[in-house]
Ligand binder design. Structure first.
Ligand code: C5P
Length: 207
């Protein structure tokens, strides 16, 4: 069973995907971490000439070890870097096999990202497209950061999330849209538990 979970920044898709993986006993891949690892690898050269070639080389050299430093990978700044390398077609194709191999392991998997239902696993058994309004997403991300002791400027965070969404939605190589056969789940009014129950109900109904 392959479950594809897509959605914008801070929509709760990662938490939901992890919850689904646990519920169904499947391995889980947060594909945003791959783009974040590439972004982090070229952070010093961002927006300079040669940046694209360095990002492509970093994507081709990526392996599981690069996904371990979660503290650096999950920062808000790394999210912005990730969205800058994610527009490069060769970066996306270099990361394709890693994601596809993960998805097709025996027994199945849960993957979350932007293009899982459209490009990585168009054949997924269940596709969820997670939505939540930008203000709710900003507030969730702010609380996550504050829980880690990070001081948050909510105004700046809101704009950063909106800017990243725009870059992702307009990414000509991105595939970030709701697949025709994806189920839409709006989590604006839902807590984590209620959202997970709703997601499980959709999966059970679809399988
Ligand atoms: O999901 P997360 O917010 O960690 O992703 C970071 C960035 O990586 C996204 O803003 C997007 O630009 C890129 N990404 C992508 N395709 C994916 C996953 C992430 O383009 N499947």
């Amino acid at each position: 069973m392959i479950i594809a979970v897509d959605g914008p920044a801070a929509s709760g898709k990662g938490t939901l995907a992890a919850g689904l993986a646990q519920h169904y006993g499947l391995p889980h891949l947060d594909t945003g971490l791959l783009y974040r690892a590439v972004g982090l690898a070229v952070a010093d050269g961002v927006d300079t000439p040669g940046f694209e070639a360095a990002a492509i080389a970093a994507a081709r050299a990526l392996d599981a070890e690069h996904l371990e430093d979660l503290a650096s990978l999950t920062s808000a700044d790394t999210g912005v870097l990730a969205s800058k390398v994610a527009v490069i077609a060769e970066v996306r194709s270099a990361l394709f096999d890693f994601q596809r191999n993960f998805a097709t392991q025996p027994g199945g998997a849960v993957l979350d990202g932007r293009d899982i239902g459209t490009k990585i696993c168009p054949d997924a058994d269940v596709k969820l497209f997670i939505q939540a309004d930008s203000k709710a997403r900003m507030e969730r991300r702010a609380r996550q950061l504050e829980a880690r002791g990070v001081e948050v400027d909510r105004y700046a965070l809101f704009h950063q999330i909106e800017e990243r969404d725009a870059r992702d939605m307009l990414n000509p190589n991105g595939g970030f849209y709701q697949a025709a056969d994806a189920h839409l789940l709006d989590t604006t009014q839902l807590g984590i538990e209620a959202a997970l129950r709703a997601a499980i109900a959709i999966v059970d109904r679809t399988m």
